[in-house]
Design a protein around this ligand. Structure first.
Ligand code: ZN
Length: 149
């Protein structure tokens, strides 16, 4: 799905499910060294402010997760073709997972992650190509009206 198809509804959906995203470093441990090898961009949303709403079977949570997957796929499609060959991207999510985190205001959230990694040599330090991919993603998500936290 192209982002343009997603865009008309996105502002509304984004507010309705309080969508936001965060950047995390991806590490590998090499002996005693912890080396950053890439990035994880985590897209997060929730629909209930009840902290005890942790129901893996909740249909609305699954819907929020589906929207996040669409956003992630569209973003990667948009950025991916400009990215250098050395970058690998991967979208992951846990379909069973509704998590409650103090960092997210103690709400029950669902999340989808975009991992930005090396295509070859997974343990190489963060490259300029990965950083460029991240910047592209950041710009894209901000353009979609999703806020960074
Ligand atoms: Zn729910």
């Amino acid at each position: 799905m192209a982002t343009t198809e997603l865009k008309p509804n996105l502002n509304q959906v984004s507010k309705q499910y309080s969508l936001f995203w965060k950047i995390w470093p991806e590490y590998v441990v090499l002996g005693s060294e912890r080396r950053q090898v890439g990035f994880e961009v985590e897209l997060i949303g929730f629909h209930s402010s009840d902290p005890s709403h942790i129901d893996p079977a909740c249909a609305v949570c699954h819907r929020v997760q589906h929207v996040l997957l669409l956003i992630a796929a569209a973003a990667v499609e948009e950025i991916g073709h400009q990215a250098q060959d050395s970058v690998r991207h991967e979208i992951t999510h846990d379909a069973q997972s509704v998590v409650c985190s103090p960092g997210w205001g103690n709400r029950a959230c669902v999340a989808v992650s975009i991992h930005i990694l090396h295509k070859h040599g997974f343990d190489q330090p963060v490259s300029q190509a990965e950083t460029d991919f991240l910047e592209g993603l950041r710009t894209h998500l901000l353009e979609l009206g999703l806020s960074q936290r």
